[in-house]
Design a protein around this ligand. Structure first.
Ligand code: ADP
Ligand code: ZN
Ligand code: ZN
Length: 745
């Protein structure tokens, strides 16, 4: 940077975190040693306080311009260079345009919270351990006591790394902090501090377990590697356990060898210690983690490491998509169909969709992996926007699964379990297979009813039944989370007999334990995995064979490799099959395929049982008899015929308020504004109640926009949003605009 100072009059347009689709102008006319540019943080007066904002645009103006008098001055410049590389700066602009978002919210989504609070964007120095001269002598003279095994190992590891081992990586070499402390006490090791920025050179730690890629894997690796120098989107469509992760690892190996970085996004629930270990074990490279369980400081440091090129592999959940990279090489999205890649609060975006945009800006390949790709992605394969690579068989064995649908109509049920299912469970337990029971409803029972008068308690704020939790005897609303003591007698008729109706995981556990008293049962749902290490403990006890029957919610459906499971049963598919959401069959087909993928992963034949009152549902038969890919093809055809996304494009205004009237008035006002542009081919549906019309004390309505021409939808929104923001009725509700909306939340 030159010391030359520039002095001219500037108008600086700043994005500030407020829900308005505009920037705020400030002026600056003092000398500076650097040139202000988009993407730098500034502190500005805003209302009665100061706020941190991001420069969006800088314009040189005439110092005598009259408009300047109306503006306030920038208070101070926080950064002297843009926080993000040009590609991400471009992504920011793209997001603001595509999602019609307030610029401040787009920045808030992209940047670590610590930066928005004004934290400095500098990488902390990291400390590094080396052998001291005394340490080297101690090894040479073998002066360590014989029983100091840990210390010996630590010294040996350090001797193998003359450049030292970074403090955070001691774990990788099995060196406990206590050992290093005692060695430091003896002055055998010494600590130095270094700047970790600059290139880390990742290397392969010859630990690929001698796995020889099969042909399909090799083709996938080669095909993606051909596109390393340019943009191309790929779908790795591979059945569960077909070796997708192995393909990722080989590609990452190549990327690292080129001195580039790999960004891997995994579902929230998929970021398990096992996943992480698989990456760490394979490479002696800097693996940086980014997820919501980290502190703001840790996240910022991880972010900076990636930006400075000090990490080779970045693994994270949804928001890691925005991490800057000095030398981007590839973006990988594992389980691309997973809902957690969509942000469903605040700024609503799809990390999967944005990954394609970003990869295009970076001119690198993006690889989406899944056993059950989303209909959107398969549609893009049909449109030749994404190249499909297939792994059709399991990597280690490929015994076909056997499927059975049990129609519950006229069946005798024991708390939701049919007799044929009970028989099958017994059979599998007898031949020492593990059994997995899947039920996507936690708690004991969905309703607690008075036996005499039928009274039941509903959550006043959401108009839905409370779910009964037997343990600790409480009622909880699964929409807003509020809870209360369960009544022991009916408050209406004083009858002491309150009966739980329906089945949740807690009750399923009780039932299973009573039918199979010998079996060891583990229940895995949000209630039993609150403790941080709980999931980890479950996983290891399941793998070691201590558990005979594992039951739980969709937490079980994802990513885990349980080699001894031979029977998987979906206890109740009815809710999913009767849903009003047009995507429900897609989600159910994914769920069935994913859950079924847990069965027979190792060398045992797997069996899958589905219980439902709707056994004739076409989706069930497509998935079971023809497979997920065939189901998805038909789903794409159906969406075309009914003109639904991804064949058409949608946007949704949703408004909520404690009173129903202001919500309706606002959305009708919106409709009136939109109607001014009736020449644009955008269809309006509503205003109509949202799927859950009441949630946490607020009434919710929506207005859906649908079109076959995406550009016309964008134009309509460009033309109207400023007016909609200015509506008097907008101040009486909370409202938002969502592009490509899914579900109801
Ligand atoms: P996915 O990610 O598709 O679920 P993984 O990559 O986890 O599949 O592979 C499943 C299992 O098969 C793992 O234990 C993995 O080590 C093994 N595996 C993967 N590829 C091969 C191969 N080519 N030969 C033998 N085993 C393999
Ligand atoms: Zn009663
Ligand atoms: Zn509620």
């Amino acid at each position: 940077m030159s010391d030359e100072t520039t002095s001219s009059t500037l108008i600086i347009s700043v994005a500030i975190t407020v829900p308005l689709r505009r920037c705020f102008d400030y002026y600056w006319n003092q000398p500076l040693t650097f040139e202000p540019a988009a993407g730098m943080r500034v502190k500005v007066p805003f209302g009665k306080t100061f706020k941190i904002g991001i420069i969006q645009q800088v314009t040189q103006v005439d110092a005598n311009m009259p408009e300047l008098k109306e503006l306030k001055s920038i208070h101070l410049f926080v950064d002297q260079k843009p926080l993000l590389p040009a590609t991400l700066q471009r992504l920011n602009q793209w997001m603001i345009r595509y999602y019609h978002a307030p610029p401040g919210e787009a920045w808030q989504t992209m940047l670590p919270t610590a930066l928005l609070k004004g934290e400095e964007a500098t990488l902390a120095r990291s400390s590094c351990w080396r052998l001291s001269e005394q340490g080297k002598e101690a090894i040479a003279n073998n002066t360590l006591p014989k029983n100091a095994v840990k210390q010996r190992q630590a010294l040996q590891a350090l001797a193998n790394h003359p450049d030292g081992i970074v403090h955070e990586k001691l774990k990788v070499f099995d060196i406990p902090a206590t050992t290093i402390k005692s060695l430091a006490g003896k002055k055998w090791v010494e600590r130095s501090f270094s700047d970790t920025s600059g290139q880390t050179k990742g290397e392969l730690t010859n630990q690929n377990h001698g796995i020889q890629l099969n042909d399909a894997q090799q083709i996938a690796v080669d095909r993606v590697a051909e596109s390393f120098a340019s943009y191309q989107a790929f779908l790795l469509f591979g059945v569960t356990a077909s070796g997708k992760t192995e393909v990722y690892l080989r590609l990452i190996e190549k990327v690292i060898a080129q001195g580039k970085q790999a960004l891997v996004l995994v579902p929230e629930i998929g970021l398990t210690p096992q996943t992480l270990k698989r990456f760490q074990d394979r490479f002696n490279a800097e693996v940086t983690l980014l997820h919501s369980g980290m502190t703001e400081k840790q996240r910022l440091q991880g972010w900076l490491k990636a930006r400075e090129g000090a990490s080779n592999i970045i693994i994270g959940t949804r928001s890691a998509l925005f991490v800057p990279m000095a030398n981007p090489g590839i973006i990988i999205i594992d389980e691309e169909h997973d809902m957690s890649f969509r942000q469903q609060q605040g700024f609503r975006y799809s990390a999967r969709d944005l990954a394609l945009v970003r990869a295009n800006f970076e001119q690198i390949p993006v690889l989406l992996g899944s056993a059950t790709p989303s209909v959107e992605t398969l549609y893009n394969v049909e449109k030749n926007k994404i190249i499909q690579l297939e792994l059709k068989h399991k990597a280690q064995q490929n015994r076909p699964l056997s499927f059975q649908v049990i129609d519950l109509k006229n069946q005798v049920l024991r708390q939701g379990l049919s007799l044929p299912l009970i028989e099958s469970i017994r059979k599998h337990l007898d031949s020492s297979g593990q059994v997995l029971l899947f039920l996507n409803r936690r708690g004991y029972a969905p309703v607690l009813l008075c036996h005499q008068c039928g009274w039941s308690q509903t959550c006043q704020r959401c108009d839905v039944h409370y779910t009964y939790h037997h343990q600790n005897h409480y009622l909880q609303c699964h929409h807003c989370g509020s809870s209360r003591q369960a009544p022991k007698v009916c408050p209406q008729c004083q009858c002491p007999e309150m009966v739980p109706v329906g089945l949740g995981t807690e009750r399923l556990e009780e039932t299973v334990k009573s039918i199979f008293p010998e079996a060891k049962v583990a229940r895995i749902d949000r209630d039993t995995t609150r403790r941080k290490s709980a999931m980890q403990e479950f996983v290891s006890s399941i793998k070691s064979g201590e558990v005979d029957i594992l039951l739980g919610t969709q937490m079980l459906a994802k990513g885990h490799h349980f080699p001894n499971v031979t029977l998987v049963a979906l206890i109740d598919m009815d809710g999913a099959l009767y849903s009003a959401d047009f995507r429900a069959p897609e989600y159910s087909a994914q769920l069935i395929t994913q859950v079924a993928g847990r069965a027979g992963r190792a060398n045992k034949k797997g069996e899958v049982i589905i219980q439902t009152h709707h056994s004739e549902h076409p989706m069930l038969h497509q998935v079971i008899n023809q497979g997920y890919a065939e189901f998805a093809k038909l789903a794409i055809r159906e969406r075309m015929e009914t003109e639904l996304p991804p064949h058409s494009f949608a946007a949704m205004f949703q408004a909520e308020s404690p009173q129903i009237q202001p919500v309706k008035i606002f959305l009708n006002d919106v409709k009136e504004i939109l109607d001014r542009y009736s020449d644009l081919k955008v269809e309006q549906l509503g205003p109509a109640p949202a799927l859950y019309v009441k949630k946490a004390g607020k009434f919710r309505y929506q207005l859906l926009l649908q079109t076959a021409r995406r550009n016309e939808l964008h134009r309509l929104l460009d033309l109207t949003l400023q007016d909609i923001e200015q509506l008097a009725s907008a101040r009486k509700v909370r409202w938002r605009l969502e592009m490509d909306p899914v579900g109801d939340s």
